[in-house]
Design a protein around this ligand. Structure first.
Ligand code: TRP
Length: 469
């Protein structure tokens, strides 16, 4: 099944930047801080880091190995083993579609806030919170921004792997890091900001339940772009000479440091402004403009650059999500890149319109007790990704030959992977059991139980028809 002439990343730096570009995104800067706030602060962060180290890193190594070994995107990689496994890959494609049913909406908000930085948003700091609520609930404005956001993808993904994605990642990622540091430094200058740091780094275990673990696990998968074949697909483009574990470690470290930096940047200012930690999805869109509003003219400029880099971070991530769907249609259904890209984007746009409207105009329409936006978010992050990761671990641990894995991870024995045995045991035994437990107790303690069960039902249904997919 291996294809000849598959495109590969032109350089190692380009690959790392593209993989880190996929990982670092709204998940780190928009989602991680507000989830931390909603789940009690320090304790959530400790559990999150545990999930990243124990589960995330091993799964990323596994996804890279599967991708590079098969030289196929997610679905093909599973299918080349046995058609019974096709569903696990298709589940990933479905996750990508659903994530892209709300992600571009938030990407559009980031773009809108670039412009809003210049058009007076910062001149009335006290109105910034209400302005955000009014904006996302508007029937038209956020949809227009989402459409602009999606239009950019047609250009990037349409140009192919090494040119489009690599270029975008390389130029724009480092800027984000610098900006978060500026925000963090400015945040510390406000009186009362110290409370934000203790909120982040002094765990309060009393708030921890099964839900907290599920949220942390889901966020680890989401933030690292795991559990849906994205890194399998990227792995299939990695040069045979690269060391996979080392590259995975770099990507995981970059991703986690950006998330923590975002927390450190936002929480001190949030406490100084007397806002609630559980401010929700508006957190970054309210705290950052408020903070820069205190800086006068230069603040406008900084605010704009911040949202430009947030937009770029989002872009490199959603490009990778789109690429999963496009690669599936190209590899498995033999569509050409252009048709696959356009058709995929069209479906995503429809889902995004529903998501955006669900925050205002059609907020009364509920699926399993939640609006469209939350529906796509919860279904993917709390169930599909974690189960996708579990399936991958089972696939690798129990259905791949150990020698083949060792061969792939040591580049045919030419380089060392000292922790191979540990990694193998974690993937084979620890991860499937751990995810099973977290999912079970998470579902037992969460309000949206019927939605979770619906998610499991979809997975079971896909598995049942796997051979036809
Ligand atoms: N990791 C990205 C973020 O944090 C989102 C993302 C990109 C993603 N590709 C993915 C999430 C694949 C899950 C799977 O913003």
């Amino acid at each position: 099944m291996a294809q000849t002439g598959r495109e590969h990343w032109a350089t190692r730096f380009g690959f790392i930047m593209a993989a880190a570009g996929s990982a670092v995104g709204l998940g780190n800067i928009w989602r991680f801080p507000y989830l931390t706030g909603a789940n009690g602060g320090g304790a959530f962060i400790v559990i999150y880091i545990g999930c990243v180290v124990l589960v995330g890193l091993s799964i990323m190594i596994a996804e890279f190995a599967v991708g590079r070994r098969t030289q196929l995107a997610a679905v093909g990689a599973y299918k080349s083993q046995s058609r019974k496994w096709t569903f696990a890959g298709v589940l990933g494609v479905l996750s990508a579609f659903f994530i892209m049913g709300f992600y571009p909406v938030v990407g559009g908000w980031a773009m809108a806030y670039i412009v809003k930085s210049f058009t007076g948003l910062l001149s009335a700091p006290d109105a910034i919170g209400d302005a955000f609520g009014a904006f996302i609930g508007d029937p038209l404005q956020p949809i227009i921004w989402m459409l602009v956001y999606m239009a950019i993808h047609i250009v990037i993904v349409g140009r192919g792997v090494s040119k489009g994605i690599e270029l975008a990642g390389k130029i724009l990622m480092p800027l984000l890091y610098v900006l978060l540091i500026i925000v963090a430094v400015k945040g510390f200058t406000f009186p009362g900001s110290g409370k934000g740091l203790s909120y982040l780094f002094v765990p309060d275990w009393s708030a921890v339940t099964g839900k907290t673990f599920l949220a942390a696990l889901g966020q680890a998968f989401f933030s690292l772009s795991l559990g849906m074949g994205c890194m399998i697909t990227y792995g299939s483009y990695i040069n045979k000479r690269e060391r996979l574990p080392g590259n995975a470690l770099i990507v995981v470290s970059m991703d986690t440091s950006v998330a923590l930096l975002a927390g450190v940047a936002l929480f001190p200012a949030l406490f100084a402004f007397g806002m609630k930690p559980a401010a929700g999805p508006g957190l970054v869109f309210v705290v950052v403009p408020k903070l820069f509003a205190h800086m006068g003219g230069i603040g406008v400029f900084f605010s704009a650059i911040f949202f430009i880099s947030l937009f770029i971070a989002a872009l490199t991530s959603s490009v990778s999500l789109l690429e999963v769907c496009v690669a599936y249609l190209m590899d498995e259904k033999k569509w050409n890149r252009k048709t696959a890209t356009n058709a995929t984007i069209l479906v995503m746009v429809v889902l995004c319109i529903l998501s955006s409207l669900s925050l205002g105009t059609i907020s009364g329409v509920k699926l399993f007790g939640v609006g469209f936006f939350d529906f796509f978010d919860i279904l993917t992050d709390k169930i599909f990704l974690a189960i996708g990761g579990m399936l991958l671990a089972i696939f690798v641990g129990w259905f791949n030959k150990k020698e083949d894995l060792k061969d792939e991870l040591t580049n045919g024995g030419t380089v060392q992977f000292k922790l191979f045995e540990l990694w193998y045991a974690v993937v084979k035994y620890v991860i499937p059991i751990l995810i099973g437990l977290v999912a079970f107790f998470g579902i037992a303690s969460i309000e949206q139980r019927s939605l979770m069960l619906f998610g499991l039902f979809i997975i079971a249904a896909l598995a049942a028809v796997s051979k036809k997919l």
